[in-house]
Write a protein that binds this ligand. Sequence first.
Ligand code: GN1
Ligand code: MG
Length: 364
Amino acid sequence: MDLNLKLQEVCRQFRIKDEYLGYETIQMGNVNCTYKVNFRLSDGTPKSFLVQNVNTYAFRNPVGLMENIDKVTEHIRRKCPEKLSLHFHHTSDRKTYVIDGENFWRMSNFIRSVTYNSVKDLTIIRNAGSAFGEFQNELSDFDIGQLTETIPNFHNTRKRYESLEASVKADPVGRVAQVQEELEYLLSVKDQACTLTDLQKAGQLPLRVTHNDTKINNVLFDPEDGSAVVVIDLDTVMPGLMGHDFGDAIRFAANYVEEDCPDAEKAGVDLDVFTAFARGFLEKTAQSMTDKEVETLALSCFCLTTELAVRFLDDYIQGDLYFKTRGPEHNLVRARCQIALAKDMIRKMPQMEKIVKDSVAASV
Ligand code: GN1
Ligand code: MG
């Protein structure tokens, strides 16, 4: 079915009766498909909504996922009523989704804003850090037991390695011979990469409600003054570790290049960006952090970067089943870029640790 017709039908089910003008594809996210859908109200003013087709290969329980989002956004709205937030629309039978065959659709308000895939403006970076820090604070009194694990073992690095090793054995599309160098590196750092997972299992790091996908493009900024407006993409809000949110954010924002840069040798940690993000994040969270969390925060960046390299390489070996790809080697390019970044993080670990310590000292 033509996408224009499909989107009109989905919006009608969400009780939008205005004049349909068309849609724009939003080129963001490696898992779901996102569209800005434009309408004209009866008084002539334009109005847009955000419509998403949720990837049910990645999210096996999308109804549980929407329940998580409902609970979390309601909690934040109650705590901070003045804050702008995402509202999901309901169908006439009070559901926040429309299912048609394999497709799972949802619709929310469209917030006029800017997002960044790569930005070196240190004020913007610091604002992003404090937005993610504040997000954790807003949910610090949320009952973890109410959340469904939308992707079980999402940041369980040991399980990610197990999956990679099983794929290597099966070699379903004959790509393993080509990735020996990458595999060798990833296997050589396995224990260090699994530090967070092992400490979590040993009960040495506290479980919190975390975002788990803290790419800087999941923060919407005010186009006029650069302030952070709202944190979006709540699909993976689940019990997790402080280091998951900090580490993943640094992996994305502090890299000199984008996460899928084909010139992997250009990847590395920009310590100015690292400092700005750490300052913003820690000014919100340092008060409530344990010593072990502080001690492992810099290392968490390496853990999260390596974990994603493992996931990209695994998906490449499996024949690109999970991540959306542009081109046959996109996942391999991504994995190589993450490996190069992880190597640079090891080189800069002493500096990163010192910056974390200084930022904590400045915040408490
Ligand atoms: C996916 O789709 P997006 O961009 O929000 C992935 C993250 C990865 C990221 C890498 C549910 O996020 O874990 O870090 O790609 N999300 C899921 O770009 O797997
Ligand atoms: Mg996401």
